[in-house]
Design a binder for this molecule. Sequence first.
Ligand code: PLP
Length: 381
Amino acid sequence: MNKKIMVTKSSLPKFSDYVETIEKLWETRWLTNNGEFHTELEKNLKEYLLSEEIELFINGHMALDLCIKALKIEGEVITTPFTFASTTHALVMNNIKPVFCDIREDNFCIDENKVEELITEKTTAILAVHVYGQVCNNDKLEKIAQKYNLKLLYDGAHAFGVKVGNRGITSYGDATMYSFHATKVFHTIEGGALAFNKNETLKSELQKLKNFGITGPESVLMPGTNGKMNEFSAAMGLCNLKILKEEIEKRQKVVFKYIELLSNIKGIRLIDYEKNKKKGIIDNYSYLPIIIDEKEAGFTRDELFSFLETKNIYPRKYFYPLITDFECYKNKFKEENLDVAKYISNRVMTLPLYADLQLDEVKYICDSIINLYNLKSQKNC
Ligand SMILES: *Cc1c(COP(=O)(O)O)cnc(C)c1O
């Protein structure tokens, strides 16, 4: 294929729909600070995410950062090393020590059975990540948090709209962060949100923190920052929310095509969507991670990665390196007992997945993978 196939491509609403929506801003001139679109988006997201409260932010990272501040989390936080840089940075930049817990082999989320042994007197919270939109064992995590009086936060950047039965995942723990970055399933160009159950204290702390601590024309109650979402982003969110159902359906078709073409290939493991379905999980098809077992496949993740590049296919080694191997974190925090996380991180890649990816492109990607198998087995004969 001459065309480059990138790992993702941002969705956009119809140009005319966005333009018609933002046209109003030329009349009102209300461009940010709790505008009309901002209010409407919060309302719509509460419904979509089945969340009692939604606070919008300029980006997902800021939402997480301010949530940590609002909940006065400090000391040590048990978290996962298998995530995007943002999760850990949010802790470290708040002078918190991340204590890394291993992950589960089946869904790549924090291993809830290994959390308790890491709790010390300094532990104040658990920060779990619904990696690739796969759902953590929320019930168990909630029990641990209650037993030890810890806060429970979720980085749900990948998990927009994921549900368990009729329950949104936002009802678990103290808060769930969502990222609305351009590359996510649902986006506002840049943006983010916190979803949480009714909690007036948290809500009012967050509102102060994201608006310089200002509570009135002559009243500044505390130091704060600028974490507000503007009206152009909120308008993008409103437009994208309208097409989301369709976008996720298209993603699902792409994922099912991948499964059809790759599931019987030895040495490659995909997310078990059937198992999710049995648990009542409604997926959002946000990423397509594959785990390559080099012994069975006859080639490594890195070999496949380089090979696909020669075919104009650009997956991502998402998440590699592991957070503990970042230059800035190496030898600083606990690195032992992370065998599963290390195993997965060294063998994972996410294949191209977006709503407009054509099924013949999926076929081309899978044929290319199979092509490497054939090349390798010819060599071995
Ligand atoms: C995208 C992402 C973030 C950060 O969100 P931004 O909106 O880009 O600030 C945090 N955590 C994870 C897991 C992400 O994928």
